[in-house]
Design a protein around this ligand. Structure first.
Ligand SMILES: [Cu+2]
Ligand SMILES: [Zn+2]
Length: 167
């Protein structure tokens, strides 16, 4: 019996091995919007590496977050609020940590005059595995305006692009 149980634990463990990489295809929410973003997420020893390459975005700073629902309908509004499993105030996750920011608070993306911009960050604690801090099945949202880190969600305005995180 004991041996049987160990075997089941092993199978269970293999079943739960997290996806190693995930992607999101970010698209403009407005009809005919040229905005696009390709996101790649990878588990690393330092944390979850998130890389996004944006194209055709208006120049300047734009708030960029993970929102709680993987649904880009209704101009991105169906994605719900910021991913916030701990019920914390809005902040900047990499600086403030999980006890002082939403788990989806990635800050701002700076877009150059040619409409391109990049996100390259590693966030300790977020994961592609299931569970409280799992981001697969949630959505990236790019906002119209800069995230000024004010409450409750950074005053970043409407949702100009959205993409569901898929493993
Ligand atoms: Cu947002
Ligand atoms: Zn937030």
């Amino acid at each position: 019996m004991r041996r049987n149980r160990e075997w089941m634990v092993l199978v269970g463990f293999l079943w739960c091995v997290p996806a190693f990489a995930a992607t999101a295809n970010i698209k403009g929410t407005a009809e005919g919007s040229p905005i696009s973003g390709k996101a790649v997420l990878e588990e690393t020893l330092e944390g979850l590496k998130i890389q996004v390459n944006f194209e055709n975005v208006p120049a300047g700073k734009h708030g960029f977050h993970i929102h709680e629902k993987g649904d880009c309908g209704d101009k991105g509004n169906a994605a719900g609020g910021h991913f916030n499993p701990d019920g914390m105030p809005h902040g900047l996750l990499n600086q403030d940590g999980f006890q002082k920011a939403h788990a989806g608070d990635l800050g701002n993306v700076e877009i150059a005059a040619d409409g391109t911009g990049k996100v390259e960050t590693v966030i300790k604690g977020l994961t592609l595995a299931e569970g409280k801090y799992g981001v697969v099945g949630k959505a990236f949202i790019l906002h119209e305006k800069e995230d000024d880190f004010g409450q409750p969600t950074g005053n970043a305005g409407s949702r100009i692009a959205c993409g569901v995180i898929e493993s």
